[in-house]
Design a protein around this ligand. Structure first.
Ligand code: NAD
Ligand code: ZN
Length: 398
């Protein structure tokens, strides 16, 4: 089959690779119809992770069930399904509590062990460290191949595949259930947001736009979205939010000025450690957290879906290389702010967000800028990485 394969930093290629096989009774094989390029793929694409040449990318996948393992009870050949980017067992303590991004069983080194052992306490597998997250096609996140390919193996599929209505309707919306729609939604959740409140979102990439859209759906009074990319700020306007161009002036100053000096109730960091300055040059990785602590009112809250890494091998200073970042914790304490962060527990949200799409109350696909065949993936990676030509959310169709 054809797949998008990592070669070296800033280079992916479409190559012929082996089709995945059922490896366990709980597996299914999905024929991928739509898969996305994600901002998270850029951490690997730019060579900042341990991604090995030959690895197949792609953790946002939708398709048709092609084969089912003998242990599958809820799915059949021909079903249309979307998979959370997290691979999770569904039976460990964290999965039972809805924290499927922190599954204590499905992590590197555990794949292939007896499945009954996922019922054992987490301690049998050692403590959970960030490198224990599991996702399709992601370096240091387990042995699972990605779905930027014609076929994908889905483990624990009764738990990990969400059934969609048959046909092709809402394909562009449903594929966003794999990651960015739930991730944006959780970012707003983590901030402690309540209907009627105001919120400032840093980053108008796919995740920031989905946070802004979620805040709108959930009844925000005012939504400010900070970025410097023209096309992305236009999408902010499209959904009735207030664009803040931080290449013009300090973002927090602009928001406070618009509000007569009043801070916002909530904030979301949809940028992460890869922040830039207004001129596009590399910024300190603490820039967005510092800004949010300034712009959110006392007793408000901050949600952080943007990724921070336990180590950043490319960082110039040694603290950042260890993944340490400093931010004004004293100010956060003084203001009594809450701070929530982490990978998205997609399973907690995707069923409900799917139903919002089916009922016509949500149409997250406004974020999609490109629909391309898989063969055009290399050029699309390059343009999405440079954030040029309006590349905002790219869908690939194998
Ligand atoms: P992206 O790179 O397309 O978007 C980031 C945006 O932030 C860009 O538009 C950029 O111009 C803007 N930006 C950069 N510096 C800024 C600053 N100082 N102030 C304001 N905006 C700034 O990526 P994305 O796909 O939207 O993802 C965003 C982050 O979310 C990434 O770190 C990604 O890895 C992470 N992510 C997390 C999860 C999760 O489960 N928590 C899931 C998906 C993605
Ligand atoms: Zn993603």
């Amino acid at each position: 089959m054809k797949a998008v394969v990592y070669d070296k930093p800033f280079e992916v290629a479409v190559r012929q690779v082996k089709k995945p096989l059922i490896q366990h009774p709980d597996d299914i094989i999905v024929r991928v119809t739509t898969t996305c390029i994600c901002g998270s793929d850029l951490h690997m694409y730019e060579g900042r992770t341990g991604a090995q040449p030959g690895m197949i990318f792609g953790h946002e996948n939708l398709g048709i069930v092609d084969q089912v393992g003998s242990g599958i009870t809820l799915l059949k050949k021909g079903d249309r399904v979307v998979m959370p980017f997290n691979v999770a067992c569904g039976r460990c303590m964290n999965c039972e509590e809805g924290k499927s991004a922190f599954c204590t069983y499905v992590n590197p080194g555990q794949e292939g062990k007896s499945r009954t052992s996922c019922l054992e306490p987490a301690s049998s597998f050692g403590s959970i460290s960030p490198s224990n997250f599991s996702a399709y096609g992601y370096a240091a996140m387990g042995p699972y191949s990605g779905g930027q390919a014609e076929y994908l193996r889905v483990p624990f599929a009764d738990f990990n595949a969400l059934i969609l209505p048959p046909g092709t309707e809402h394909e562009e919306d449903f594929v966003l259930l794999a990651d960015i729609f739930p991730t944006g939604w959780q970012g707003v959740d983590l901030s402690g947001f309540r209907p009627g409140e105001s919120i400032a979102i840093f980053g108008a990439g796919p995740v920031g736009l989905m946070s802004a859209y979620s805040a709108v759906l959930r009844g925000a009074s005012e939504v400010y979205v900070v970025d410097r990319v023209y096309e992305r700020l236009n999408k902010v306007k499209e959904i009735g939010c207030i664009p803040i161009d931080f290449s013009k002036a300090d973002a927090v100053d602009q928001i406070l000025k618009l509000r007569g000096g009043k801070e916002v109730d909530r904030g979301v960091d949809a940028v992460g450690y890869q922040a830039t300055k207004g001129d596009g040059k590399t910024e300190q990785p603490n820039a967005v957290l510092k800004a949010l602590i300034r712009v959110v009112r006392p007793t408000g809250g901050i949600g952080v879906p943007g990724v921070y890494v336990p180590s950043d091998p490319g960082a110039a200073d040694s603290a950042a290389a260890k993944g340490y970042i400093s931010f004004p914790f004293g100010k956060l304490f003084e203001k009594g702010l809450t701070l929530g962060a982490g990978q998205c527990n997609v399973k907690l949200y995707n069923r409900y967000l799917r139903d919002l799409i089916i009922s016509g109350r949500a149409k997250p696909s406004f974020v999609v800028s490109h629909n391309l065949p898989l063969s055009e993936a290399p050029g699309a990676y390059e343009k999405f990485d440079k954030r040029v030509d309006g590349y905002t959310k790219v869908l690939l169709h194998p």
